[in-house]
Design a protein around this ligand. Structure first.
Ligand code: PXG
Length: 285
């Protein structure tokens, strides 16, 4: 059976799920999206993802043409229709088809697209042995230009950083902000463990406020850890005892080397492994 893709209230076979080449999502990256995970058929933190989607849309003057509750139902229905248990959901809202000009007033209806598919996970060994990452020269978008809090359809900033990472033989790349502080990775937030405390850049550093990041902060606080959202530099990373990344796709993944420097003893840390286990329990219970 062919996968069904939701577009504006209708389910299409994957092969027939099409959007106009005049859509401003394609012409200008003019739209917003979310990447969500489902576990055993249930979408993880759907409400939080929808809140972020509607905020991203509001920030770019894009009115999502349906109520949040109806979109939640559409996401759940699309996951169920496709029989997705542990999977990946891509929720996209584009500005819609228009003329070959920037003017958003000359677009037709926004397109709401939901794809529910299987997920390609990082290899198991990355979780067991940890990742090596590099810091790259592409800085995160300046928050005064387009806020990194907007999960927009233009991901070139992150893609350029990803290319730099791949060229250095790494699957993730560490991006700094315009002040030279640690921001985040191309599709993941970053955490450090230093003297038993959990450190992560604040939202004001110009990052996407990850849903997984928020969940991990909660879990850490419940475990009695001190969590500090604070400006961090590469120096802080190099001298950290532990490092890990969080994201809907990656979940919690240890980092053992940054810029060729071993982090801590070069093995996934105790607190990282504990939080990873807690996150696993949270998502699979
Ligand atoms: N920073 C950036 C720039 C992201 O794109 C995260 C952090 C983590 O946020 P969440 O809410 O997922 O914890 C992201 C999320 C993909 C993919 O297909 C990318 C993300 C999420 C899911 C899938 O590349 N990025």
């Amino acid at each position: 059976m062919s996968l069904k893709v939701y577009i504006n209230g209708t389910l299409f076979d994957k092969e027939d799920a099409k959007i106009s080449v005049y859509d401003h999502g394609l012409l200008y990256g003019d739209g917003v999206f979310e990447g969500l995970r489902s576990y055993d058929g249930k979408v993880f933190r759907l409400d939080e993802h929808l809140d972020r989607l509607y905020e991203s849309a509001k920030a770019i003057w894009l009115k999502i043409p349906m109520a949040k509750a109806d979109l939640a139902k559409a996401v759940n229905d699309t996951v169920a229709t496709n029989g997705i248990k542990d999977g990946y959901v891509r929720l996209i809202v584009t500005r819609g088809a228009g003329s070959l000009g920037l003017d958003p007033n000359r677009t037709s209806d926004p397109q709401v697209i939901i794809i529910a598919d299987s997920i390609t996970l990082y290899p198991k060994e990355y979780y067991e042995n940890g990742l090596e990452i590099v810091s790259v020269s592409t800085i995160r978008n300046h928050p005064a230009a387009l806020s990194p809090r907007v999960k927009s359809l233009n991901y070139l900033n992150n893609i350029l950083a990803k290319i730099e990472g791949l060229q250095a033989g790494c699957v993730e790349a560490l991006m700094l902000n315009h002040k030279g502080e640690i921001a985040e990775c191309t599709g993941d937030n970053i955490f450090l463990v230093s003297r038993g405390d959990l450190l992560t850049p604040p939202v004001e550093a110009g990052i996407l406020q990850g849903i997984t990041r928020d969940a991990v902060i909660e879990l850490a606080k419940n475990d009695g850890l001190v969590v500090r959202e604070t400006a961090l530099t590469k120096h802080d990373v190099y001298i950290a005892d532990e490092c890990f990344l969080t994201g809907s796709a990656a979940e919690v993944i240890p980092v053992v080397k940054v810029d060729s420097r071993p982090i801590g003893d070069g093995k996934p840390g105790v607190i990282t492994r504990e939080l990873s286990k807690r996150f696993h329990e949270l998502t699979r219970s």
